[in-house]
Design a binder for this molecule. Structure first.
Ligand code: AMP
Length: 396
C-alpha cells in the first residue's frame, strides 16, 4: 500500500456509486469539460454541459445548455437532466453552487470551491493540512503593505485574494518605491490582498491527486512545469528532480487531498528551491493543464480519474507508461501546427517520438489563447524536447 493509499484508508463509507449509462452534468463547457466528456464517454457515461458560448468545446462532444454560469433557471435544468454534477472551473457562483447542492447530487460539495476561490482561505487550509506555503501576510492598507514588504524584503509578490489566474491579479514588487502603485492597482479589484515572500525556486512542479467519496486517494507522477509569460508552456514528466523530491511532492498532494476532504481532483502547484524545499503555490480543484500529459502517458488519464472519483468508482492506476513532454498550443501556434500535421513528420520519425495532438475545437485562434496541446511521447524527455525545438512551432 502506498503512502497515499494509507492516508485515504478509513474515510467515509456512505458514498453513492453512479454507474455508466448515467448522465454527468458539467458546469462549464471549455476544453476541460470536453476532455472529461471524452474520457467518461469511453466508460459509457453521457454528458451535458452548461456554458454561455454556443458550440463550446464541450458542447461539440456532449449536449449543451447555452446559458450564463449564474443563470439559476439553467442550473436547475442541468440538475434535472443529470444524475450527478461536476464543474470544470473553480469560480462557480456561490448561489448556483448552493442551489445545485440542494437540487442535485454534487459529490465534490461546495466547501472546496469556497476554500480555493480565495488565496488566504486556501493558504490557511493547506497549512492546516500540515503542508508549507510561501510565507505570506494579509495586507489591508498601504501601511500594512509597507510593514509586510519590510518583513519579507524585495522582491516580493502582491496578489489579489480572488480572481487571479495565469499571472493576472499580481504584482512583483522589486523596490519600495513601487508600493503605492502596486497597492492602488491591485486594490481596484476590491478584494483582499496578500503579500508573499518571493521564492527563488529552481523548478516549478505540480501533482494531481484524486480522492473518491469513499476516501481512496491516488496521485499522478509530478510534472515539471515551464511557464512563458505566466502561461504554462511545457510539462516535463518524469520531472528532472531526485526521486526523493518526486515522492515528497506526491505525498504532500495526497495530504492536501485528505486534509481538505477533496472529492474529484486537486491540482497542487509547488515551488522547489535549490536546497530541496517544497512550498505549495496554489491549488485548483479540477483537472489541470499540467495534467494533460496523463492522456497517453499514464494508465489512467486525469479526466478518466475525475469521472471515476465523482461517480464513486474505484480509482484507476496512475502509473507512467512513457516519458512525455506536454506542450501547449496557443493561438499563434495553430497555423504552423496544422501545416505540420498535413505531412509526414520526418523529424518525429528520426527522433523516435510520437507527438499526440489534442485540439479543443475553439473557433477563433486568438493570440495567447489555449487552443490545444501536444503530448510528445518519447524514450526520454530530451528527445521530446528536441522535437519541440526542431519543429519551430514554439519559437519562444
Ligand atoms: P500564480 O498566479 O500564483 O500561479 O503565480 C503565477 C506565477 O508567478 C507562478 O507560476 C510563479 O512563476 C510566479 N510566482 C507566484 N508567486 C510567487 C512567489 N511567491 N515567489 C516566486 N514566484 C512566484
Amino acid at each position: 500500500m502506498s503512502e497515499a493509499d494509507k492516508l485515504g484508508a478509513g474515510a467515509a463509507a456512505a458514498a453513492k456509486v453512479i454507474l455508466p449509462g448515467a448522465t454527468v452534468g458539467i458546469l462549464g463547457g471549455g476544453q476541460l469539460g470536453r476532455m472529461i466528456a471524452n474520457a467518461g464517454s469511453a466508460l459509457g457515461y453521457r454528458f451535458i454541459a452548461l456554458d454561455p458560448t454556443p458550440d463550446a468545446p464541450c458542447g461539440q462532444v456532449a449536449e449543451q445548455i447555452i446559458a450564463g454560469y449564474d443563470d439559476r433557471e439553467a442550473a436547475r435544468e442541468l440538475a434535472d437532466r443529470a444524475d450527478v454534477i461536476t464543474y470544470e472551473f473553480e469560480n462557480v457562483d456561490a448561489g448556483v453552487a448552493a442551489m445545485l447542492m440542494e437540487q442535485s447530487y454534487v459529490p465534490q460539495g461546495s466547501e472546496l470551491l469556497y476554500t480555493t476561490q480565495h488565496r488566504l482561505r486556501e493558504k490557511r487550509a493547506i497549512e492546516a493540512a500540515g503542508v508549507r506555503v510561501a510565507p505570506y501576510s494579509e495586507v489591508a492598507s498601504k501601511d500594512e503593505l509597507r510593514a509586510a514588504v519590510a518583513k519579507f524584503g524585495v522582491p516580493c509578490v502582491l496578489k489579489t485574494a480572488t480572481g487571479g489566474y495565469d499571472g493576472k491579479g499580481q504584482w512583483v514588487i522589486r523596490s519600495e518605491s513601487e508600493i503605492d502603485e502596486a497597492f492602488d492597482t491591485l486594490d481596484r479589484a476590491q478584494t483582499q490582498l496578500v503579500l508573499e515572500k518571493f521564492i527563488r525556486f529552481d523548478k516549478e512542479l505540480s501533482v494531481i491527486a484524486a480522492r473518491s467519496p469513499q476516501g481512496e486517494i491516488r496521485t499522478f507522477p509530478a510534472a515539471e512545469n515551464i511557464h512563458v509569460d505566466n502561461i504554462l508552456h511545457l510539462s516535463i514528466v518524469p520531472a528532472r528532480v531526485e526521486d526523493r523530491i518526486q515522492r515528497e511532492a506526491e505525498r504532500l498532494a495526497a495530504r492536501i487531498a485528505e486534509g481538505l476532504g477533496v472529492v474529484g481532483l486537486i491540482a497542487v502547484e509547488l515551488f522547489l528551491t535549490a536546497d530541496g524545499e517544497l512550498f505549495v503555490n496554489e491549488l485548483a480543484p479540477r483537472p489541470h493543464n499540467s495534467g494533460h500529459y496523463t492522456m497517453e502517458a499514464c494508465r489512467t488519464s486525469q479526466f478518466e480519474q475525475h469521472v471515476r472519483a465523482v461517480c464513486g468508482l474505484p480509482l484507476g492506476d496512475t502509473s507512467l507508461l512513457t516519458p512525455v513532454v506536454m506542450v501547449n498550443v496557443l493561438g499563434e501556434h495553430m497555423e504552423p501546427l496544422l501545416e505540420r500535421m498535413a505531412a509526414v513528420d520526418e523529424t518525429a520519425e528520426r527522433l523516435g517520438v510520437a507527438p499526440k495532438v489534442h485540439l479543443y475545437g475553439k473557433h477563433e485562434a486568438k493570440h495567447k489563447r489555449k487552443m490545444g496541446h501536444v503530448n510528445v511521447l518519447a524514450a526520454d524527455v530530451d528527445a521530446a524536447l528536441a522535437w519541440i525545438a526542431e519543429t519551430n512551432i514554439w519559437r519562444v
